[in-house]
Design a protein. Structure first.
Length: 202
């Protein structure tokens, strides 16, 4: 009986070690770009549309949110474009390790990167425009908002090649959006690429 107990004990210990190892392997191979793409493919969107009621806002605010109706239309009070990027980073533990900001404002996110010593690349740094920086999956991209060109939106680069970059962003008409920016459009459509070195595992 004692022998059987020891076998069971070591079997459980091995199972725990294997589970822990699998979690470590997952953390080393899954990137913020993978998280963003998975969310895009899931078809996440507001319910009802226009209400800003979505799981990313619930995570950020700590409770369900919904915009008030005014004359039959929702008032935009809980935009989640920036919140979505923070949510993706949080899935990998970056916020709890203080290597990513927690905010619902893209301009505040940009300032955080700037003030915390992250490398910020302008479009002039990009190889396609004669610079030395290659954009890659996992980079964060800031660009002028479609609603207000004087404000910033933010997304996550999911793939890149010399001809342009593919990005995922949240809160595009109440849903996820996957889009491409050709390199010829960088100067008018892209503000900055922060290089989040911590995201890349050796």
């Amino acid at each position: 009986m004692k022998g059987n107990f020891n076998v069971l004990k070591w079997t459980l210990a091995l199972a725990i070690i294997m589970t822990f190892s699998m979690k470590l392997a997952w953390a080393e191979t899954i990137t913020i770009a993978d998280i963003a793409l998975e969310e895009y493919c899931s078809g996440a969107k507001e319910d009802p549309m226009g209400s800003d009621s979505i799981k990313y806002n619930e995570w950020y605010y700590g409770h369900a949110v919904s915009n008030d109706l005014e004359q039959g239309e929702y008032i935009q009070e809980h935009r989640w474009n920036t919140v979505f990027v923070c949510w993706c980073a949080d899935q990998l533990g970056y916020i709890s390790r203080n290597c990513f900001p927690l905010t619902n404002n893209a301009a505040e996110m940009f300032r955080w990167f700037e003030e915390n010593g992250f490398q910020l690349y302008t479009v002039e740094n990009i190889v396609a425009l004669g610079g030395t920086m290659n954009v890659r999956a996992g980079d964060v991209v800031f660009f002028p908002s479609e609603e207000n060109r004087d404000t910033l939106d933010v997304g996550i680069v999911t793939s890149a090649d010399p001809s342009g970059v593919d990005c995922v962003m949240g809160d595009a008409d109440g849903a996820m959006k996957c889009f491409r920016i050709d390199s010829s459009q960088f100067t008018e459509n892209v503000a900055f690429f922060p290089r989040i070195v911590y995201f890349y595992h050796a």
